[in-house]
Write a protein that binds this ligand. Structure first.
Ligand code: TXA
Ligand code: MG
Length: 337
């Protein structure tokens, strides 16, 4: 088998079959790094209880060490390995939304190395629903710490090819499970205080959480200054190479402004990529289609060597909140019309 393994710059490209999953699990147990598919985006995994392996995640990604990682488990009971206590509300949400795109911030157990949580007293945990992710965590027998498998600041990867674009030669292996179904990351929900607070909107909507809990769910905001509610909030993220201008406002007005801007930049000889035609051209204007294709579209703008990217804002209800959060963070400038 060894002779036929495909390598890109020394990174193994593995088909997600049982022997390859076992091999990937051995790599994790030996302190290595394996990128794997989840239903949201690809994660870059290491054993969550091995500080040296976790340190390798930060250096492979070029990630600031004050930005904590999400710990992935394969069974609800495994949450007790990483959290010191699990409130009633969390148990209920785990029952309702796990496996799935919901990360819960809980009080942290002493088994979790400082580096995973960036020194915070809390840990973010989620149980992904992708069978390859679950198979890998089970085979490794340890919880797996995994940020998105991109170079820090770049759009998150939704295919093995995107992972290799950023990380070939910097990680031991990638399990290729095809493209990710949801396309934006999990919702990060803080349950350590009296109120349920979304630190990052994602695959499970605020509306779904509020209706499951029967109480309001808040969206954390940070306007600079003191420490943000979640360290991830202070970094610019998801950015393609060309500057992205996001235009928000009523649909008819934003389309007019987008056309004017496109014409303006074209006249100046810049290659313009427009992130809005994909909402209509194929007859797909549903949010699931938009979120599934968002990061891939940003990476495509890079591949096309865009000079400037113009993106049309959408309504931020439901999954639209996650899409607008990512576009806002990727944007060089936001124009409200
Ligand atoms: O869907 C996902 O969540 C993907 C897949 C791979 O599971 N993972 C992911 O990880 O998006 P990452 O590292 O790219 O984003 C984790 C976010 C960051 O914004 C981080 O600041 C926040 O979660 N976070 C992690 N632990 C936290 C904690 N204890 N308190 C507050 N925020 C936390
Ligand atoms: Mg990320």
């Amino acid at each position: 088998m060894e002779k036929t393994l495909l390598q890109i710059k020394g990174t193994l490209w593995l088909k997600p079959e049982d022997p390859a999953i076992r091999k990937a699990a051995q790599i994790i147990c030996a302190g290595g790094l394996v990128a794997f598919p989840t239903e949201t985006v690809y994660g870059l995994g290491a054993s969550a209880i091995d500080p040296a392996a976790v340190a390798r995640i930060f250096s492979a990604k070029g990630r600031p060490s004050d930005n904590p990682l999400i710990v992935h488990v394969a069974a609800r009971e495994q949450v007790y390995q990483v959290a010191s206590s699990v409130p009633e509300r969390a148990l209920y949400l785990m029952e309702r939304f796990w496996p799935g795109p919901l990360s819960l911030v809980l009080p942290r157990s002493s088994a979790v190395p400082d580096l995973v949580c960036a020194g915070l007293p809390t840990v973010a945990v989620r149980m992904p629903s992708h069978p390859v992710a679950l198979g890998l965590i089970r085979a490794a027998g340890v919880p797996i710490a995994a940020p998105s498998a991109n170079r820090s600041g770049r759009p998150s990867p939704t295919s093995a090819r995107c992972v290799l674009e950023d990380l070939a030669g910097r990680i031991d292996a990638v399990l290729d499970g095809g493209t990710c179904r949801i396309g934006v990351e999990s919702t990060v929900l803080d349950l350590t205080g009296p109120r349920a607070v979304i630190l990052r909107p994602g695959g499970v909507t605020r509306e779904a959480l509020a209706s499951a809990l029967g109480e309001p769910v808040f969206q954390a905001a940070w306007k600079g200054g003191d420490a943000p509610p979640s360290p991830g909030m202070k970094y610019r993220h998801y950015a393609p190479r060309a500057p992205l201008i996001l235009v928000t406002g009523p649909p008819s007005r934003r389309r007019i402004v987008l056309n004017i801007l496109a014409e303006y930049f074209r006249r100046r000889g810049l290659k313009v990529c427009l992130l809005s035609s994909f909402l209509n051209q194929h007859g797909h204007d549903d949010l699931e289609y938009i979120s599934r294709h968002l990061f891939r579209s940003l990476r495509r703008c890079d591949a096309l060597k865009a000079g400037v990217i113009l993106a049309e804002g959408i309504d931020s209800r439901g999954l639209g909140a996650a899409v607008m959060n990512r576009l806002g963070k990727a944007a060089f400038r936001v124009i409200r019309v």
